[in-house]
Ligand binder design. Structure first.
Ligand code: SF4
Length: 94
């Protein structure tokens, strides 16, 4: 018997959750900032807007799991900022 069960999921399967993402209907600038705006302190309103969209997103859990697994260093994913995800990863690393 072949070892195909140990292979990673296909690329399509890995990204399928994005088909149902609430952010697909919104401008990416809510979620990703210009280089000069990377400091979260400078963009509290946009973080709040992005988080509000994420709060009603049906795939927020998959999004956050992806962002932690990669890990994504920029933007709001799964209702979290890069700084919040860094704290989560630090805590998980124990
Ligand atoms: S949780 Fe937020 S960033 Fe992730 S897919 Fe949903 S709306 Fe987009």
């Amino acid at each position: 018997m072949t070892q195909h069960l140990n292979l990673p999921p296909t690329l399509v399967d890995s990204w399928q959750w994005q088909e149902n993402a609430a952010c697909r209907e919104h401008d990416t600038e809510f979620f990703f900032f210009e280089d000069r705006e990377q400091g979260e302190e400078r963009s509290p309103n946009r973080n709040a807007l992005a988080k509000a969209i994420c709060s009603s997103c049906p795939v927020a859990r998959a999004c956050l799991e992806h962002a932690l697994a990669v890990p994504e260093s920029y933007g709001v994913w799964g209702g979290t900022t890069p700084k919040e995800r860094a704290r989560m990863l630090w805590t998980l690393a124990g």
